[in-house]
Structure formats: structure tokens, C-alpha cells
Ligand binder design. Structure first.
Ligand code: SF4
Length: 105
């Protein structure tokens, strides 16, 4: 049996699509976190996880640390292949290949 498409279904789908588009556009407009950002300095954030000073940030030096980066962090929310959102840096984008000491398995 074919599902019946109601006006309500169409309106809900249109609202959902519009909302997702607005969120995506807003996310892309957000500033990118720089390594000089005060929170970035405090958290050891770098845009390239392979450049972490592992003598200072020993979490990254732990076994499996080479796999720690934003895209493997539980709290990372991908925007696209290059950037995502992180609750530590509210209102900004982080690099997909970034890392900070807040990394969560
Ligand atoms: S908490 Fe996770 S997602 Fe946020 S900057 Fe650090 S490693 Fe990246």
C-alpha cells in the first residue's frame, strides 16, 4: 500500500529542509578558531593535530594518540569535510584535523 502524502507531511518536510539549510549556512559563516585564540592556547588547540607538542600535551602522546583529532572526537559536529563545531569553541568552527586537550574518545 502506498503511503498517503498529506499537506502536513509536506509542510513538515519543507520546515525541516529550510531549518537544516539555515543551520548549515550559519555554521559556514562562523569564524574559524585560530591557534592564537585564548581558549585555543589554554586547551592546546592546533589546526593540525600532527603538530601537537606532545611533551606538553601528554594525552596526545598516549597509545593511539595519533588517531586523536577533531573528527574522531565524540563532541565534534561536522559541518563539511574541512570544518566542524565544538562546544568548547562556541560560535566558531574548528578544523577537522585539529586537536585540543579536551579530546574525548
Ligand atoms: S574538544 Fe574535540 S572537537 Fe573540540 S577542539 Fe578539542 S578535539 Fe576538536
Amino acid at each position: 500500500m502506498m503511503a498517503q502524502i498529506t499537506r502536513r507531511t509536506l509542510i513538515n518536510a519543507a520546515i525541516a529542509t529550510t531549518g537544516a539549510t539555515v543551520i548549515a549556512r550559519f555554521s559556514h559563516a562562523q569564524e574559524i578558531v585560530s591557534n592564537e585564540n585564548a581558549t585555543a592556547i589554554a586547551m592546546g588547540y592546533v589546526a593540525d593535530h600532527t603538530s601537537v607538542d606532545t611533551a606538553k600535551w601528554t594525552k596526545k602522546a598516549a597509545p593511539g594518540g595519533e588517531n586523536q583529532k577533531c573528527t574522531s572526537c565524540t563532541i565534534y559536529q561536522s559541518i563539511d569535510d574541512d570544518y566542524g563545531l565544538c562546544p568548547i569553541f562556541v560560535g566558531k568552527r574548528v578544523h577537522a584535523n585539529g586537536w585540543c586537550n579536551g579530546w574525548v574518545a
